[in-house]
Design a protein around this ligand. Structure first.
Ligand SMILES: Cc1cc2nc3c(=O)[nH]c(=O)nc-3n(C[C@H](O)[C@H](O)[C@H](O)COP(=O)(O)OP(=O)(O)OC[C@H]3O[C@@H](n4cnc5c(N)ncnc54)[C@H](O)[C@@H]3O)c2cc1C
Length: 357
């Protein structure tokens, strides 16, 4: 059987890029992207790396390995500067958060610290709290679109091929190959591989085989504003009333969650909501000049908050890697790192991310 590649990856967002990078030392990889890299959710993300989530600061899945995988990814791809060691601060915004924050800090002393109000004010003068805050030194933020582009460039250096403006229209599996049909201008072409990994993000609805997996889309947006000159510095990535991520002389504000949407355009009401919400954490950001608003759709599995990875039901050669939800930075790198092992032996895929059959 002659293949066009060992592995074809469909989708050049965070999932597809991480997969291409980690597979390219072992396999001949060909990635097809419908538009440009990070055209989907990865281009809208604020890029917060916050391993303690929700009101009660619950640890994410495999939190230490997940953080290690983010650091290894930027180091191995030659872009450690994209993940500067800044930390993430979670100021207490409701009094009942103090107890769970203190408990998490006590349980994970190597990963988190409880800060008094004075220590919070010392670290981030713009944030006022009477109670305190939860600081995660190994957290931070990453420009996700820049990461996707850098990781794809590094995959190409390792021999992968990346083709943009090449939407995949159709796929099938035969006993000897996985086949995709890609659009090339007015034409289409079939490409064959040993395996195909579908990492389409919100590209899934036209494909019944993916829809049947129980995926749902949650639209959200980020608002980039000019940093107000009067805002005291230093500023760190913050998560509380929404989140605020400093990026040069701008701040990225997020986000909103909309399950019921009929277009992918930024929504002015959501922009107003995000500015008002984040101003309750960092006064003044609601009147700062808006530089850019980006919307995207986080894809999640209806029943879990974890990605899904592995062969589609009744398939062996057609795989998916999707449903990264709102925490792609803490799931895509760790799963992609082990992808060569999973491809060789699908039984090693952790049960928590296996596709329900
Ligand atoms: C507003 C917002 C804020 C977020 N903030 C954070 C954050 O702070 N931290 C964090 O960790 N995560 C965050 N996320 C989540 C994160 O962005 C996602 O988990 C991650 O980017 C998803 O990556 P993906 O590759 O699965 O999907 P995508 O990035 O959507 O990539 C899918 C790609 O597939 C391509 N494609 C689709 N259909 C086809 C086809 N038929 N053929 C070929 N290509 C196709 C698309 O063009 C796209 O480039 C946020 C998301 C949003 C929307």
């Amino acid at each position: 059987m002659s293949y066009d590649a060992d592995v074809i990856i469909v989708g050049g967002g965070l999932a597809g890029a991480c997969a291409a990078f980690r597979l390219s030392p072992h396999f001949d990889v060909y990635l097809l992207e419908a538009e440009t890299p990070a055209a989907g959710a990865s281009g809208a993300a604020a890029g917060l790396v916050n391993p303690f989530v929700g009101r009660r600061a619950r640890p994410v899945w495999r939190l230490r390995e997940a953080l290690d995988a983010v650091s290894s990814l930027v180091a191995d791809a030659g872009v450690p500067n994209l993940f500067p060691p800044r930390g993430v601060l979670r100021p207490v915004i409701e009094d009942d958060q103090e107890a769970p924050f203190r408990e998490a800090a006590a349980e994970y002393p190597d990963l988190a610290q409880w800060l008094s109000p004075a220590e919070v004010a010392d670290r981030v003068p713009a944030v006022q709290t009477d109670v305190g805050g939860f600081f995660v030194p190994r957290g931070g933020s990453i420009d996700v679109a820049a990461l996707v582009r850098a990781v794809l460039d590094a995959a190409v250096e390792r021999g992968a091929t990346v083709e943009t403006q090449a939407p995949v229209l159709y796929w099938r599996e035969t006993p000897s190959a996985a086949v995709v049909e890609a659009e090339r201008g007015d034409d289409t072409e079939e490409l064959r591989a040993d395996r195909v990994i579908l990492a389409l993000g919100q590209g899934h609805p036209p494909f019944p085989e993916l829809r049947r997996l129980g995926l749902e889309g949650v639209k959200g947006q980020t608002v980039r504003v000019r940093r107000p000159e009067a805002l005291p510095t230093p500023l760190l990535p913050l998560s509380g009333h929404g989140y605020v991520v400093p990026d040069g002389d701008t701040l990225i504000l997020g986000s909103n969650y909309n399950n019921n949407f009929n277009n992918l355009d930024p929504d002015p009401d959501a922009t107003a909501y995000i500015r008002e919400k984040t101003a309750r954490m960092v006064p003044g950001v609601d009147t700062a000049d808006v530089v850019e608003v980006r919307a995207g759709v986080r894809v999640k599995h209806t029943n879990t908050n974890l990605p899904i990875l592995g062969p589609l039901p009744q398939r062996t050669r057609l795989w998916t890697f999707t449903a990264l939800g709102s925490k792609g930075l803490l799931t895509a790198p760790i799963l992609a790192e082990a992808l060569p092992t999973y491809l060789a032996d699908p039984a090693t895929i952790p049960e928590a991310v296996q596709i329900p059959s």
